[in-house]
Design a protein around this ligand. Structure first.
Ligand SMILES: Cc1ncc(COP(=O)(O)O)c(C=O)c1O
Length: 457
């Protein structure tokens, strides 16, 4: 470990010389220098300058149980010593992987008993694409290939993840939108609803799915995929009638309904899965992030019994990853899920900390001149900044308000993320009430500083 003992400037220089960062402008970042994170505990991270920072994003929506939980560290350590790796291709399995499946069948929604493992949300969503198409092939419906999702959805960064996602700027890089993927509107009433009521807008957005299916032909559509609450798109909570209508349409046209639970899973919205919070009965679910709270990379695709049975009886599955069912990652995931159960984390988010955070956000929106809407469920939320609250008018894009506010947060030792003109949070689910108070105070201060930059009183 001796070479880990450098100072900030030395690390920044090496980072500049050897590291290409995801989702960043390398030249700009190199000019500025990265912040080097050196340790973490509970809801806080520390940088190499010794600053203690409140992590309002749980890393990248993933450290649900908070940092440094000894139970998870010990489980990984023990498993690393016993069996650090073996594959699941050669008609072989390993105890943590087997036990994880049993545990997942307990905590996932009813009817989910079978799981396919990989290492990231993106790989899991690639698996979803291949599995749902394979499912229809087994049933002799070989033309059912197209998958429909939403604009501004995020489903990962591999080619299939990018294509499932609806981020235009990602499609544009390298011509990454593959054929066989279609997108409909995001159900973002506050920004896109115009004069429509939430109900009218929710219905109209969902019915775009029906129109799209008719345009392509139901015989050509394999599945619809959506995050129960869109995360990276800006914590978009759909109107209450949206998901029931999507469910009805998928059923009517014999289309599989896939819920991407990568963010919403494992307690984030106050129930075990976002599908439960939003009243969705999916056929397929994608899990990652909160599955191991990010301690080690692992993801899983859950197949509902009727899908799993078809796949099991359908012959060879020509799909898999070297790290599918990795024993150490599986052991960490088991310890993480047990930690969630033993500490009643889902119940606490559902009845205490989640409502407290949401009320804090709502109060802030009510009193702050720049906040037009507070959105969220459980421990995920967004503060929508607007120039004019009365008419829901956004700021000029050139003002870059989101990044201005994000930078103030950064300087004041709070991690909040900017998505367009929304400031979003997704803190560890173990964040305490007093830590939430700190988050709310700092968030308000950074909004005030941003307002001051803009010359707003
Ligand atoms: C909903 C959703 N799906 C998939 C992914 C991709 O996961 P990963 O970055 O682990 O590949 C993400 C990542 O943020 C996500 O938010």
């Amino acid at each position: 470990m001796k070479n880990f003992n450098r100072n900030t400037a030395q690390w920044q220089e090496l980072d500049r010389d050897h590291h290409i960062h995801p989702f960043s402008d390398a030249a700009k970042l190199n000019a500025k220098g990265t912040r080097v994170i050196t340790k973490a505990e509970g809801s806080y991270i520390w940088d190499s300058e010794g600053n203690k920072i409140l992590d309002g994003m749980a890393g990248l929506w993933c450290v649900n149980v908070g940092y440094g939980r000894q139970e998870i560290i010990d489980a990984a350590d023990k498993q690393m010593k016993e069996l650090c790796y073996y594959n699941s291709f050669f008609q072989t399995s390993n105890p943590p992987q087997i036990e994880l499946g049993r545990l997942l069948s307990d905590v996932t929604p009813d009817g989910f008993d079978h799981f396919f493992y990989s290492s990231s949300g993106s790989e899991a969503n690639d698996t979803v694409v291949r599995m749902v198409r394979h499912y229809w092939e087994i049933l002799g419906k070989t033309t059912k290939k197209t998958i429909i999702s939403r604009n501004n959805a995020y489903h990962g960064s591999t080619l299939a993840g990018t294509s499932l996602g609806g981020m235009k700027y990602m499609h544009e890089m390298g011509g990454s939108l593959l054929p066989g993927f279609e997108h409909i509107s995001q159900p973002h009433w506050y920004l896109d609803g115009g004069a429509a009521t939430e109900e009218e807008f929710g219905l109209a957005c969902a019915q775009e799915l029906e129109a799209k299916i008719k345009e392509i032909g139901a015989d050509n559509v394999a599945a619809f995929i959506g995050e129960p609450i869109q995360g990276a798109g800006g914590v978009i909570v759909p109107p209450a009638n949206y998901w029931p209508e999507i469910q009805r349409i998928c059923h009517k046209y014999d289309i599989l309904l896939c819920a991407d639970e990568v963010i919403c899973g494992f307690g984030r919205t106050g129930t075990w899965f976002g599908s439960e919070t939003m009243g969705i009965k999916p056929d397929v679910i994608t899990m990652a992030k909160g599955l191991s709270s990010g301690y080690l990379p692992i993801s899983a695709v859950g197949l509902h019994q009727h899908v799993a049975q078809t796949i099991i009886e359908g012959g060879d599955i020509n799909h898999g990853y070297t790290y599918s069912g990795h024993p150490v990652a599986s052991a960490a995931a088991i310890a993480n899920i047990n930690y969630i159960i033993d500490h009643n984390i889902v119940e606490i988010v559902g009845s205490e900390t989640g409502p407290y955070l949401q009320k804090g956000f709502q109060d802030l929106a009510d009193r702050h001149v720049m906040v037009g809407e507070a959105r969220g469920r459980g421990m995920m939320g967004a503060l929508q900044m607007v120039q004019d609250k009365d008419v829901r008018k956004l700021f000029d894009a050139d003002l870059d308000v989101g990044n201005k506010c994000r930078d103030h947060c950064f300087e004041n030792n709070l991690i909040m993320r900017a998505v367009g003109q929304s400031m979003i949070v997704s803190p560890p689910l173990t964040m305490t009430i007093s830590e939430i108070d700190e988050l709310l105070e700092k968030a308000e201060m950074c909004l005030d500083l941003t307002a001051r930059d803009l010359g707003i009183a």
